[in-house]
Write a protein of this length. Structure first.
Length: 246
């Protein structure tokens, strides 16, 4: 009984809506994501948006109103898919707000993905990711999603790679995916700073020496050195992060 309770706490379901499901073949079977799936901490399902099209040819795109180049993904099949997954319901039907499905659309127009967003999304037990493609998605889709997210100020051929990035970043936050809580908390951006420098054997390589404090065995001094180096690195490489942190 205790085991079932623990699994209920750790488990997260992710559904990915895409017109290119083959892009996700084997991508989540490797590394820590694959281990999380095998351990039943994470469940990922890739869904072909075409299967929810009412068109006899399973077409999901059409020419944009007003003219212009490219094609636009229709709102109808995405709505049908989201509805099938049980999302179109009032939020107050969930006693725990994090039990309701959280719907994200990957879009260059969305908020830029950062650690604050990742930590928030990782609290939900069910995440649905909509992958854009072609010239874009019918704007009316925003009525059925919670948030639009971008992974940077550039445009890719589709939302599939950004979806992979989002899954990877969110999965790392789930308890049990990475051994050792400190491994996640010491990552770059977790506390608003870049990570401190890391070293391993040998202690000397072609004249480059590992800082002596790391070999001292004095854990208090090591922690002080790491905090100082994290601040120094952040100031040199990403000073704007310090302003946000303050």
């Amino acid at each position: 009984m205790m085991l079932l309770s623990i699994m209920a706490i750790l488990f997260m379901k992710i559904d990915i809506l895409t017109i290119l499901p083959n892009m996700f073949k084997n991508i989540f079977s490797e590394s820590l994501i694959g281990k999380a799936i095998n351990s039943k901490i994470l469940n990922i399902t890739v869904i072909d948006i075409r299967s929810f099209s009412s068109d006899k040819h399973k077409k999901v795109d059409d020419k944009p109103f007003g003219g212009g180049s490219g094609m636009v993904i229709k709102v109808e099949p995405i709505y049908n898919a989201i509805r099938k997954l049980g999302v179109i319901k009032k939020n107050n039907t969930y006693r725990n707000p994090y039990l309701r499905p959280y719907v994200v659309c990957m879009s260059p127009q969305g908020k830029t993905l950062n650690n604050k967003i990742i930590k928030y999304i990782s609290k939900f037990k069910h995440l649905i990711i909509v992958c854009g493609h072609y010239e874009g998605i019918d704007e009316r889709v925003v009525n059925y999603v919670d948030e639009e997210i971008s992974i940077g100020d550039y445009v890719l051929t589709g939302g599939e790679i950004p979806a992979m990035v989002l899954v990877d970043t969110v999965a790392r936050m789930l308890p049990g995916v990475i051994k050792g809580k400190d491994s996640v908390q010491n990552d770059s951006f977790f506390n608003g700073l870049l990570d401190y420098p890391h070293y391993t054997r040998p202690s000397v390589f072609r004249g480059y020496v590992v800082p002596g404090v790391l070999l001292s065995g004095n854990h208090k001094k090591i922690e002080e050195w790491r905090e100082k180096e994290a601040l120094k690195r952040t100031k040199e490489r990403r000073p704007e992060l310090l302003k946000r942190r303050n």
